[in-house]
Design a protein around this ligand. Sequence first.
Ligand code: ADP
Ligand code: MG
Length: 315
Amino acid sequence: RTVLRDLTQLQPHNLVDVSSVNPDLPVSDPTIFQKRYLKKIRELGEGHFGKVGLYCYDPTNDGTGEMVAVKSLKAGCSPQLLASWKKEIAILKTLYHENIVKYKGCCNEQGEQMVQLIMEYVPLGSLRDFLPRHHVGLPRILLFAQQICEGMAYLHSLHYIHRDLAARNVLLESDRRVKIGDFGLAKALPHGCDYYRVRDDGDSPVFWFAMECLKECKFSFASDVWSFGVTLYELLTHCHPALSPPAKFLEMIGATQGQMTVLRLMEVLESGRRLPCPSGCPCEVRGIPCPISGTPCPINVIHCPVSVPMAVPVR
Ligand code: ADP
Ligand code: MG
């Protein structure tokens, strides 16, 4: 009752607008992070375009800060890269799924146009780094594969394609949950259009690409499914470096460089050759029929569980 009386005695002219006292207080927008409160702990990883670090965000400076992952573009990037970077942030902002890394906000560097992306920190890092160093049994591997499918199905339901699904871009939160990260190459697919043609294929992760991506730079939901097949291969080989998709395809192709690698890779795939079936792959997984042709996957081919073998329908 005392509280109620105190509250009713409050008059508008007695109230202080907290935001006018300290404009930095996160009352206005909790997704804006102030650079000066971000304390770097360590590097987390580096990919083709970005650098990711672990930071502690502690605006009250009393040790109660939270751990966040901060991604910035590498220096000296092109305007096109900057544009896809802004798209990555815009896309990640709209995604809410337990198997997709969570967007927390942005940090604008003062005096610069560069924006840093603030994400939740996924403590166990990428599957590519984790799996070769820890024993993870088959049931867990299949659970992770299922979670990747769930995250991807959600992404596709919003008409986004990922284009860079690979074990290096799947993060491990705990021993029972993975999250898809790295939306740098993700693109919104216009409605009524089932592929996206890339203009600049300079730095593409070609060994995860379906044939039509290599041949015509056509990316679609189905080409994401192909990359899922390659990711599943990585999971089933525990991301062993000697068995990686680039290592295995390069064994088939022989020594080449640059565009020649892409041409040879296309020839290999066109002739029907595929990544070898991993030794621990259960026959149930290998036997899942292709959703397009309906035929079980031929021996030595990993298209599990739903990868699309050849070109996808194009409108
Ligand atoms: P790029 O676009 O340059 O490939 P990524 O977003 O894939 O950058 O990040 C590079 C690496 O940083 C990842 O492979 C992973 O090891 C690490 N990383 C990225 N995001 C996180 C995160 N939220 N939590 C923990 N580690 C991360
Ligand atoms: Mg990456």
